[in-house]
Ligand binder design. Structure first.
Ligand code: AMP
Ligand code: MG
Length: 322
């Protein structure tokens, strides 16, 4: 059920009292704490089982608050915030004094964003401060895109789950290092490289030319219980059948172009043709195949354009060495 006004008030009270609230955003559900409360932030790490060196994203109600939370706002950061906020873009900037080192994993930079979800924005306004939140899942596993996913994964470890319905984007935000003169993409996500380039008027590099540490970018992340193998789309059916014959319970991500190909597997998800639909459904599909008891998922990468870049990034890491 969707959150009501009374739920927003309750959630804001829990944040003020040092508690944890699961917050719906347009990307995925976050596990939120008062960003200025080191003890509450420490509990986020504990609940997730996340190493304390992996920084959290500080969520704000409006771009106008940016100056309170970061030490310096370069023009490019201002332009990006002006264009993409509220939205699935996270900016890494120099840490302001309001942000405790607990929230940044000890870094002198901080990741900030204004989410585009009415419930998140209402909560952030009612609370008034910054909400530090990673995705509301155990470390390394698939991010939650519904309130039920959060409840199933975190149960009583979270004080309150605000239900905002299913997430519209479905993959995490794009993280851009905007500390230096040349912005770069630290993690692909809901804002596409093409969109960024259109606003900046120049190509945007992936990686970290400013040599800042990029914690939390492990090869294995966003992973279901089932092992994930990536193959050429033309090999999906043979690969699935061979694994099934070796005794695996195989789940298949069938590309739309192969929708008519007969596949012998335990469960088959036909991947949506639209990249927006694929991103929205991605984590739910992985959870579904886990729930159906699959121990191996055979998938292939989408074309790496637009949202396909973020989807391919998550699939590669879901398939990464455990
Ligand atoms: P999550 O979306 O749950 O993985 O959490 C936020 C991610 O943001 C982290 O895993 C980091 O990769 C990234 N991040 C947060 N703060 C910073 C920072 N100051 N510098 C670089 N990356 C960051
Ligand atoms: Mg995460």
């Amino acid at each position: 059920m969707m959150a009501r006004t009374s739920d927003i008030g309750r959630a804001a009270g829990i944040l003020r009292a040092g508690g944890l609230v699961a917050v719906p955003t347009e990307t995925v559900y976050g596990l939120g704490a008062n960003a200025e409360d080191p003890a509450a932030v420490a509990r986020v790490f504990q609940v997730k089982g996340r190493p304390p060196t992996h920084p959290l994203i500080v969520h704000l109600a409006a771009a106008e608050q940016l100056g309170d939370w970061v030490a310096d706002v370069p023009d490019t950061a201002l332009a990006l915030a002006g264009h993409f906020w509220p939205g699935p873009l996270t900016l890494v900037l120099r840490r302001g004094r309001r942000v405790p080192l607990e929230a940044t994993g000890g870094l002198e930079t901080v990741a900030v964003r204004v989410p585009a979800h009415p419930v998140a924005l209402e909560l952030l306004s009612a609370f008034g401060g910054g909400v530090a939140a990673p995705s509301a899942n155990r470390f390394g596993s698939v991010s939650p895109t519904t309130a039920d996913h959060v409840r199933a994964e975190l149960g009583d470890a979270v004080d309150f789950v605000l239900d905002g319905g299913p997430c519209d984007v479905g993959v995490e935000s794009t993280i851009v290092d905007a500390t230096g003169g040349t912005p770069s993409i630290l993690r692909p996500g809901g804002v596409t490289p093409e969109d960024l380039e259109a606003v900046l008027g120049r190509p945007v590099a992936a990686g970290s030319p400013n040599h800042i540490r990029v914690p939390g970018q492990h090869p294995s992340h966003y992973a279901p219980r089932a092992r994930v193998v990536l193959v050429d789309p033309l090999e999906i059916a043979t690969e699935a059948q061979a694994a099934q014959e070796r005794g695996h319970r195989v789940g298949v991500f069938l590309p739309p172009a192969c929708a008519d190909v007969p596949v012998k597997a335990h469960a088959v998800v036909t991947v949506p043709e639209s990249m927006a639909d694929y991103a929205r459904g991605l984590y739910g599909f992985l959870r579904e195949l886990d729930q159906l008891g699959c121990d191996l998922i055979v998938a292939s990468l989408p074309v790496e354009q637009g949202l396909g870049v973020a989807i391919a990034n998550r699939l590669r890491r879901a398939a990464g060495p455990r």
